[in-house]
Design a protein around this ligand. Structure first.
Ligand code: XMP
Length: 329
């Protein structure tokens, strides 16, 4: 069945098992083939759950009629661009264009400290890079999007503008292909697993669109951004070792601009602190703080201060939401 409307049918069964996922996948493959025919589909593949599941479904349906564009804006977590290339190009055989736009984004962001302006630049630049790639391609008739049902509900309620690449220039308006648009997040994950995507991709924690940019408060510098990326990688590794992966809803590090004194090998240092945030929530409206085991706290402090350049202090954020938000910008 092709879903023409943006309304989930009342009798649509919640996809909770591999069998239900496979039935959905078969149904969508048929619907995608019908919609696209021998046309070409373009998709911005961030490596997040929704765009990844959408891409995997489209690859299964139309193979190399799908062109995926992965824009590396320099604000992704450690190992993410590599994982996108490994999974989609090497394992699934996707037609994947990898765009290294790191310098372009970081140059534009240099010296910009206002959080809204930073978000705006990241969003605009993303559309520009994507549109440039699209204009180099011929015969694209469709735009694939990993829109999911909460996006539609939030957009209808006026909470969030719909959606990812919504701001493409006039001459690049394509017909949309949105195969997972009636699914809830948990269903998207079940479908992703049934499509063979790795667990680390399907069950990963939420990650904001502006990426590590909002975890490097104020004007982003390359050295402080690297400190965020490296400390985040250590945090994820230690949480996985402690069995907290998939149990704690979201966890990350923030490296603020100020410096404090410290001492390493008998020498005075003047370096940034690294703030750890680990939270649990159901609806992200209210958030509680995860209480870490003392051994884990000690290990994190030891590893982050010794392995991450520019950090001499590790702090823990004990604040629920409200009054704090999850992210720092
Ligand atoms: P806040 O900071 O608003 O975060 O309490 C709530 C949740 O939303 C995520 N978040 C974002 N996600 N684009 C996104 O896709 C964004 O600009 C953005 N800002 C915050 C945040 O990581 C948390 O899970």
């Amino acid at each position: 069945m092709a879903y023409d409307s943006n309304k989930r049918p009342d009798d649509m069964v919640r996809i909770t098992t591999p069998e239900l996922a496979n039935a959905f996948i078969d149904e969508q493959i048929k619907a995608i083939k019908e919609q696209v025919g021998d046309g070409k589909v373009l998709l911005a593949l961030s490596g997040g759950v929704d765009s990844s599941v959408c891409a995997a479904l489209l690859i299964k349906a139309i193979g190399d009629q799908l062109v995926c564009v992965h824009v590396n804006h320099g604000l992704l977590r450690k190992g993410e661009p590599e994982q996108v290339i490994q999974v989609f190009r090497n394992e699934l055989g996707a037609n994947l264009i990898y765009v290294d736009a790191v310098d372009r984004f970081l140059d534009k962001l240099a010296g910009v400290s206002d959080p809204e302006e930073k978000r705006h630049i990241i969003g605009e630049e993303f559309i520009d890079v994507f549109a440039e790639e699209a204009s180099k391609l011929e015969g694209i008739g469709f735009l694939g999007q990993g829109t999911i049902y909460p996006d539609i509900l939030e957009s209808d309620a006026g909470i969030k503008a719909h959606h990812n690449v919504g701001g493409l220039p006039e001459d690049l308006q394509f017909e949309l292909v949105e195969p997972v648009k009636l699914l809830y997040k948990d269903e998207v994950r079940v479908v992703g697993t049934a499509l063979g995507l790795p667990d680390s991709m399907v069950n990963r924690q939420p990650f904001p669109g502006p990426g590590l940019g909002v975890r490097c408060p104020g004007a982003i510098t390359r050295d402080r951004l690297e400190a965020v990326r490296e400390s985040d990688a250590i945090l994820r590794e230690e949480f996985a070792k402690a069995g907290l992966e998939g149990k704690v809803w979201q966890y990350f590090t923030v490296v603020p601009e100020f410096k404090s004194t410290g001492i390493t090998d008998g020498k005075r240092t003047f370096a940034w602190p690294c703030i750890i945030r680990a939270i649990n929530t159901i609806d992200v409206v209210e958030v509680t703080v995860e209480h870490l085991e003392p051994e884990l706290i000690d290990r994190l402090a030891a590893r982050i201060t010794s392995e991450v350049e520019g950090i001499n202090r590790v702090l823990y954020d004990f604040t629920p939401k409200p009054p704090a938000t999850v992210e720092y910008e």
